[in-house]
Design a protein around this ligand. Sequence first.
Ligand SMILES: C[S@@+](CC[C@H](N)C(=O)[O-])C[C@H]1O[C@@H](n2cnc3c(N)ncnc32)[C@H](O)[C@@H]1O
Length: 438
Amino acid sequence: MKPGDTITVCAESLSRHGDGVAQHEGREVHVAGLLPGETGEVKLDYVSRQRMRAHGTVIERRNAHPGRRQAPCRHHGRCNGCAVMDMDVASQRELKVAQLSKRHGFEVDRIVATDDDGLHYRWSVKRVFAGKPGALVLGSFMRGTHNVADMEGCLVDHPDIIAACDELLTVANDAGAAAYDELDESGDLRYAWFKTDGRGNVLVAIVTADPLATMAHGIAERLERPAGIAWGVHSGRGNDMRGVTIRPLRGRQTLAIELCGELVHIGPQGFLQPNPTTAALAYHDLVRVPAGGFPHGRVALDLYAGAGITTNLLRERFEVVVPCESYPESARALGIKAELVEEFLAPILADPHHPHRSPDLVIANPPRGGLGADVCNQLNALAAPRLHIMSCSPASLHEDLQHLTGDDGAYKLIAMRAFDTLPQTAHIELVAWLVGKG
Ligand SMILES: C[S@@+](CC[C@H](N)C(=O)[O-])C[C@H]1O[C@@H](n2cnc3c(N)ncnc32)[C@H](O)[C@@H]1O
């Protein structure tokens, strides 16, 4: 097999990027544009020498998945954001559940979703500036490239965010501002990060490459839609925006967002679930047992607490709820010191008389990479009677469960539920309920 070859394959499953995955001559072939169950002629674009993997593009499809449809978005194909948009939403959900079982051996009791069309659900959006002065666009990097796909009028964005994006572009184009170019490291406007409270209030953080000769101030003065505007400078390489220091430019710097009846205040860089409406259903279930009742007890630990929604929910039921969060802005809002979970658990485990040594419930909602072996080992040592995990990555959850429920693990898995927080994409959010083996 070599690049340029044409092969015929049948996709058996879906990759996490939404490509069809087929087997051919002992290799995994990832095919853009082929859905599971579809067979097609595929042109190979890349064949890895190190790994038994190849990537290709479908040239001709022999059959169509019963849920296949014309993707409703005009950017589909260039923008890689909504990888399964060429399937109706019911089929997307069916496929996600089947994938969990096939790829990870996870059996969920159900998939929870809030809507049928799966559009306009995103309350938190990061965009990259690109294009020539006067004709700037806001979009996202096309997978594996430095090219930016325009996302004007993105169908999964909340309407508040679409309007704020449009206004920012109009003002930046009128001002003749230049987009930052990653390759030659020239230009000014780099990213814009939008958040909405779903009620018309938008917070926008404009990130520029240039700390001095930036147009961010002039642009901010002319924006009328955002309730608050912040500015940060990111002159280095890479796209991680969390290290960027954000300064207020104008208006309010936090949004008050109500989730599960709890009000949380989120700043320009604080963690906000992209789809808070569906995520709220996951939080609701995370603090309960699978059948819907509340676990009993006095002490609960809330690991990776973020803005503290689950902390507040747990406080309605537990006398003592101790959150842990490493991001300074979120930790400050929680009234705790910013701390890694590893550092937080170490002194608790070291002291048998520590007041939090025997929690009745531990909640963990780690980022994409999961808990990792060290935290799993600490949780095994803690041996709580209940451990509830929320995860946005089935792959990392799978690894964590090996540590937590394997021979050396202190827990057993009793149930798992899926939440379709990101319709049109291959992503899925999971809640896993574990109880102590003891
Ligand atoms: C998936 S978010 C969940 C946040 C919150 N539970 C929610 O749903 O809004 C993960 C959170 O963990 C924090 N975090 C990441 N790594 C961490 C670590 N090693 N220790 C503590 N917090 C961490 C991040 O800052 C982020 O707020």
